[in-house]
Design a protein around this ligand. Sequence first.
Ligand SMILES: Nc1ncnc2c1ncn2[C@@H]1O[C@H](COP(=O)(O)OP(=O)(O)OP(=O)(O)O)[C@@H](O)[C@H]1O
Length: 308
Amino acid sequence: MNAAAVEITGLVKRFGSVTAVDGLDLKMPRGVILALLGPNGAGKTTTVEICEGFRRPDAGTVHVLGLDPAREAAALRPRIGVMPQGGGAYPGVRAEEMLRLVAACAAHPLDPAWLLDVLGLDTARRTPFKRLSGGQQQRLSLACAIVGRPELVFLDEPTAGMDPQARRLVWQLLDALRADGVSVLLTTHLMEEAESLADDVVIVDGGTVIAQGSPNALTAEHAEDAQLRFRARPGLDTRLLTAALPEGYLVRESSPGAYRVTGFVDPQVVSTVTSWCAQQGVLAEELHVGRRDLEEVFLELTGRELRA
Ligand SMILES: Nc1ncnc2c1ncn2[C@@H]1O[C@H](COP(=O)(O)OP(=O)(O)OP(=O)(O)O)[C@@H](O)[C@H]1O
């Protein structure tokens, strides 16, 4: 009765010569949001598809709500919600019609009209699926995944391609689901999504788990390396700024206009950075000294950017 939401031991999945999942272990308690974070090709989608019962493992054991998804699919399906990567539907079906069709398969569905409203799709009720924007299609797929009141939801990159406003609506909804006791396992490339939503973050690389913990615990492990971050106009010559600092410091532009200086941050370093910016006629804004964030931890562990 109180089985974990997901329990995976020694999972292996090969596609020909490619080992997509390579001895992955994971335990996810009920009622949490767990984010699988990893670079492209890390094995996240394959792992999720095995949990959903869409693929069979080559080795290892998988239990979802205490059931084996490969052998007990009929018992498991009504208890889980699935949102595959990129969504999908019959192109001509209208948004509300599609959600009502899915709701009709559930014993105690949520109210489809309410769900469309919450996800900002109320004006798109009568729009055929193929005419919805990418972000609207994603939200409709999410609505379909949760309308049947599942105990556990699998969401593969649920907010990929959404604008920030739509993304917030989805985050609020996932928050509300968690408050209702629903377990959510999602994959994401968005550090902000993992950091602001997830209770537990599992970093996957090369088909195996390389780190796991709450966002706080993961960043605290690396707390000794404080970091200086600031914003300025994009395209500053980071090599010149690195050269202005003592040896061992590194300056990167992690996204356009967002700069990170790694190394021990003391008052002298802060002063060197701001004076160098002043010499370039640049105002360093939102200057922040603090511990590393999840993005830095991820980069250090995998050697790759999250969005690579
Ligand atoms: N059906 C398939 N046939 C052959 N190779 C596959 C198949 N599905 C996945 N792979 C390979 O398995 C590896 C893991 O893929 P997977 O899609 O699970 O990674 P991912 O972490 O979800 O990546 P992304 O973030 O890009 O979605 C990759 O090398 C991929 O090319």
